[in-house]
Design a protein around this ligand. Structure first.
Ligand code: FAD
Length: 464
């Protein structure tokens, strides 16, 4: 049986399990309240039914259980006024007289002509979802004013056990993990790599394949050193070096490992939610299922570690957009509610550690010649978001889409945003912000559930 080591550093992050759990206890109430009590963060608009699986014929993978179904908000009265189609219909559409993206960014507070009135900011109804920014890590779910989209209340459609399983579900997970097969760099012994680099500029043009090979190898060594520095800084912050994270490393570079951890952490977090909110089909009661937890998570400390890793990564991303949130206009028909929403998000953001204390994204894609690797990483993550249209259970597809969008947004913020100069930052859509915060809430819920599951195992086994 694998023992959990609370003082161990979560590999590739700069914090220990303990630290993350303590932080989680402090911020979980904020996250819970933001996602459950505000219109802005409890409604999501997406293409839930209109896209076909682009990879295979998905007819066989459909889930017929009632638990798989999503209740969409078909009645306009249930949707906050500014997001209703009628209200959206007042706009003339992005190709007509609608102000361009650039103009909107320059005058974000300017009301639309003949449009929404003084109280409603245009950012409330205009989304750039019909345009894909090259710096996006997700395919936008086409929720623009003109596109067909479905409004979903996330409070009424909680993520929990649905019974979706078997070949269909496995096919989706397999396809997702297949995206992790980056082309492998050629293998060269480290000493050869360094010696054959002699006389060559590390980032310049290479005249022969050996030099290129050697440069690739050296780059990987440098990245591993950067990773080592992350661990060192964690130790400097008080983490216990004797306790090692259960994740075992092979020779993959940091970026590819991070890709795997994000995907596996998302999978493990979904497993945690369905084990926590599990339907006992005999009694008809919803309750935590300890066997489910033990079989899917407890036996696999690497999966659990990946959840904590994702928590650190997403938390850093939310901390990084503090200023963005200060400048953001939250939109409901009720300015008082908007003020409350903004204040709650700001309270959450200010409770997060400043700077890269828990996760240091600057060690990734650091070298000038990792442009291609970053593009590869981004394209692969976009493919993961496309695969979500192959999920044969509506509720799983809903939460799968929210969480891939949440991680995609976190990656976009980490690798494309400048904390100190936002002038060149790509735009952040409403759906991205909602997905980011809800994904953080899901991870926060996973951390609390795992802690309680661990306690249940200890109580049962008499471990104190
Ligand atoms: P699966 O979870 O399907 O895993 C398949 C294989 O992947 C395992 O055999 C193992 O080899 C490997 N694996 C498992 N976990 C990890 C990990 N963390 N890291 C690396 N490898 C791993 N079901 C619900 O009840 N509710 C939901 O909300 C829900 N949402 C889903 C969302 C998506 C996007 C998908 C694809 C599926 C969803 N499912 C949901 C189904 C659920 O994830 C499982 O597929 C299902 O419960 C069957 O589980 P399993 O034990 O056969 O293994």
């Amino acid at each position: 049986d694998v023992q959990f080591e609370p003082g161990a550093i979560v590999s590739d992050a700069c914090a220990s399990y303990d630290t993350l759990e303590q932080l989680n206890e402090a911020i979980h109430p904020y996250l819970h309240s933001i996602t459950q009590n505000t219109d802005f963060f409890s409604h999501y608009r997406l293409s839930l039914y209109s896209k076909k699986c682009p990879f295979w014929d998905d007819e066989n993978g459909m889930c017929g259980n009632r638990a798989c179904a999503v209740n969409t908000l078909d009645n306009e009265e249930d949707i906050p006024a500014v997001w209703r189609a009628k209200e959206l219909g007042k706009l003339e559409g992005p190709t007509a007289q609608h102000p361009g993206k650039k103009q909107q960014r320059e005058h974000p507070q300017k009301p639309l002509q003949g449009g929404l009135g003084d109280q409603v900011d245009e950012s409330c109804v205009v989304e750039y979802d019909d345009e894909c920014d090259e710096r996006d890590y997700c395919i936008p779910d086409d929720a623009s004013a003109t596109a067909k989209g479905d409004y979903v209340s996330l409070v009424d459609n909680p993520e929990r056990f649905t019974g979706y399983a078997g070949v269909g579900a496995h096919q989706v997970w397999e396809a997702i993990y297949r995206e992790n097969c980056f082309s492998k760099p050629p293998k060269v012994a480290k000493s050869n790599a360094q010696s054959s680099l002699e006389g060559a500029s590390p980032f310049g043009a290479f005249n022969n394949p050996q030099q290129l090979q050697a440069a690739n190898q050296l780059r990987n060594v440098m990245k591993e050193q950067a990773f080592g520095n992350t661990v060192k800084s964690a130790i400097a912050n008080g983490a216990d070096p004797a306790r090692l994270d259960p994740v075992e490393f092979d020779d993959t570079c940091l970026e590819k490992r991070v890709f795997h951890r994000v995907v596996s952490g998302m999978h493990a977090s979904i497993s945690t939610h369905l084990c926590w909110d599990y339907l006992n089909q005999t009694t008809g009661e919803w309750s935590p299922n300890l066997t489910c937890y033990e079989q899917r998570l407890h036996k696999y400390p690497d999966r659990v570690s990946n959840i904590y890793f994702n928590y650190a990564l997403v938390m850093r991303a939310v901390g990084k957009i503090k200023q963005h949130i200060k400048d953001y206009t939250f939109c409901s028909e009720d300015p008082e509610q908007d003020k409350r929403t903004k204040n709650s998000v700001l309270r959450l953001a200010s409770a997060l550690p400043d700077g890269p204390e828990i996760f240091d994204e600057t060690v990734m894609f650091r070298d000038p010649d990792t442009v291609a690797l970053k593009e590869d990483f981004r394209n692969r993550f976009r493919n993961v978001s496309r695969i979500m249209d192959c999920v044969g259970c509506d509720k799983c597809r809903l939460w799968g889409k929210i969480q891939t969008n949440g991680y995609g947004t976190a990656l976009k913020v980490l690798f494309e945003f400048d904390e100190h100069d936002s002038s060149k930052d790509p735009p952040l859509r409403r759906t991205e912000l909602v997905a980011l915060v809800n994904t953080m809430h899901r991870l926060s819920h996973s951390l609390s559930a795992i802690k309680q599951f661990r306690q249940m195992v200890e109580d049962r086994d008499g471990i104190h």
